[in-house]
Design a protein around this ligand. Structure first.
Ligand code: NAD
Length: 266
């Protein structure tokens, strides 16, 4: 399977190059980044710390989508919107790992998925997707009248969006467990005289610093007891491995919008 990468010069892009090179049955179709990237022209495998693959980094998205069976996108929301439209035009399978996507961005991805198969997930790791299933179960069993749900996440200082996509994914799992819409109960970034906590709210808090790959704790706090469900990512390789697994899973798949829960069969 020929896999193309967008955002190839980024932290995840470089991990993905390494992952594709070591995965049997996968081949690098090429890699692109922004037209302003200082890395344009460099070999994408060398950029990732691997022996040269003879594939220079370009900014030609159309050529990449034409050459690839599947494209993996870990970039930024505006870029991902454009790539989703391109995937629909070319019928190329797409894996979207970008976070910070708005409802409008997600609607563009959903529309593209009517024409080509797409996996979109705010977290590609097996552990977090399993954690989401546990959170849903816990939230369903421990109702809002007796247990308050708070989600705390910490990431490295370069992360540009908050709360993390994974925190939102976990919040959605908790809301689904309680049969409510997350948007209606979401409580973000408390500050000042906020008043008492409302029954049923799902709270979010974000910490940023150092080189933390990603940590998430979902707390269910009741009177006299507290449950904490935590995932700690120590290597970005887990996201890259999940994304490549998703790309391979898309081979021969019908158009549609899929998640890692589908890919992992959870
Ligand atoms: P990064 O800033 O290191 O890399 C992003 C790359 O995308 C950069 O090289 C940038 O130049 C490139 N880019 C931006 N616009 C582009 C465009 N129009 N065309 C081509 N390339 C473009 O960031 P990162 O740490 O690699 O993370 C990227 C995204 O992936 C973020 O949204 C992050 O939150 C997300 N992420 C998701 C998961 C997951 O499992 N879903 C895991 C880790 C990171």
């Amino acid at each position: 399977m020929k896999i193309g990468l967008v955002g190839c010069a980024g932290r995840m892009g470089r991990m993905l190059v390494q992952e594709i090179l070591k995965t049997e049955g996968c081949e690098l179709a090429g890699g692109i980044d922004r037209a302003e990237s200082p890395c344009l022209g460099q070999d994408i495998a060398v950029l990732a710390g691997c022996p040269a693959a003879g594939l220079p980094l370009t900014a030609d998205a159309a050529a990449l989508f034409a050459a690839a069976d599947a494209v993996i996108d870990f970039t930024a929301p505006a870029a991902t919107r454009a790539h989703a439209k391109l995937a629909a035009e070319t019928g190329t399978a797409l894996v979207v790992g970008t976070t910070g996507l708005s409802d409008d961005d997600l609607a563009v991805i959903r529309a593209a998925a009517a024409k080509t198969p797409i996996v979109q997930s705010f977290n590609m790791s097996l552990g977090v997707n399993l954690l989401a299933a546990l959170v849903k179960q816990a939230a369903a069993a421990l109702g809002p009248d007796s247990f308050d749900i708070e989600i705390v996440e910490m990431h490295h200082k370069h992360k540009v969006d908050a709360p993390s996509g994974t925190a939102i994914l976990l919040g959605e799992a908790a809301a689904a467990g309680r049969g409510v819409d997350l948007a209606a109960v979401s409580q973000r970034g408390r500050d000042g005289i906020t008043g008492e906590r409302k029954t049923g709210d799902i709270g979010f808090a974000s910490l940023r610093g150092g080189d933390v790959v990603g940590e998430h704790t979902v707390t269910l706090a009741g009177a006299g007891e507290r449950i904490e469900l935590t995932h700690r990512a120590t290597q970005r390789a887990i996201f890259a491995a999940g994304a490549v697994r998703a790309a391979r899973w898309l081979e021969g798949r019908k158009p549609g919008l899929y998640t890692m829960v589908d890919v992992l069969g959870l």
